[in-house]
Design a protein around this ligand. Sequence first.
Ligand code: UD1
Length: 420
Amino acid sequence: MKYLEISGGRPLFGEIQIQGSKNAALPILVSCILSEGTCRIENCPEIKDVEDTLQIMRELGCGVRRLGRTVYVDASCISRWEIRATEASRIRSSVLFLGALLGRTGKAVLPMPGGCAIGSRPVDLHQKALKQLGAVFLNQEQLQAECREIRGGRIRLPFPSVGATENCLLACVLAKGESRIENPAREPEIDELCSFLNCRGARISRRRDGSLRIQGVSRLEPGVWQIQADRIVAGTYLLAAACTGGSLCVHGCPEESLRAAAGVLRRMGAQVWNQEKRWAVAVKERLQGVPYVETRPYPDFPTDLQSPLMAAFSVASGRSRIRETIFENRFSTAWELRKMGAQIQVDGNLACIDGVRRLKGARLQAPDLRGGAALVLAGLQADGITRIERTEYIERGYEDICRDLGSVGARIRVVQDTGG
Ligand code: UD1
């Protein structure tokens, strides 16, 4: 078994170049199947979710080659439109192949993405939207859909779901006629996907009211793209430095992408600066809690930073409250933090955190990807040794959390327990 071992109590100082964004890379890679020829995707993070996505693409018949962080995808020959449960069940974002396969081949068969640790995560919005574009779903047990042609249309999402917006975009770019997605997600990763599609010949524009207008085109060219830095990884590291009382500069994220997280850090008493794509944080005194923070779709505070924020609140002075409005089960981290002495009460989607002066090292299990990262933050500021098991969750989104945090002074290492 593999686990992370952290020897806490050291402030972080230095600079980190942030890896490419997971949530941008996944839909961009999936979109490569919309055209023949080879796409080149640079700064593609070396994480488990990307590897699983590439494996699905190989199974569909794509030629896939990775040279470091550059990935080449040749989707000239798509020989299948059916995705096996083994790969798809590992990553939720496999559902994006639905829109892309319908766009490219008119057919798609995928296993129903299961629930996951952070919530039930249904796909009803994806299905409803694709039906409005002409897709017919043939099966209740799996996502089996067909369409003779995708017809442009008006889709109004009742909630700005990131995945449903991406699925609609992937289906609409090659549709006949014009489509309009109202109330789409506004996450920067959506705009990055649109920009990549546009540079390949798509005609997508975002209107003033936020809605997306897509004029269908008959074909897309292959393209070259460089993935933006991961704002969630950057936010995690800024919070980590803040709660250890250090100072850190992270490189790569544009100003607006971290504004909400920076706002909360400032309310906690941290000094935060931004210049172009550099963000810096410095903390000299104990952090203060914040009476109320709510997770909301972009541009508000992201659900993906909720668990790391909870770890930071655990040692901040006073009482903090977090309301999780996106994923219903995203408080599992609280139970692990309590093993370290954190004072957290959970009532439905509200967590109430009374900051303690110190946490103590403990043996923990990562409950999910961001929850795992939150436990790393907690371990960095705790007295003694923290051991975090189930590190495979963390590897789904962080290229090498030991390398990154180790380079700025954290004592963190991977231990291979051979059981002997
Ligand atoms: C994406 C991100 C994830 C982030 C989330 C919210 C990727 C690969 N993942 O996930 O990191 O935490 O956005 O910012 O980009 N919902 C439905 N029916 C649907 C679709 C969604 O009820 O058909 C609900 C979900 O259960 C959830 C909420 O809508 O409660 C948000 O989900 P969504 O925005 O779709 O998140 P994902 O695309 O799964």
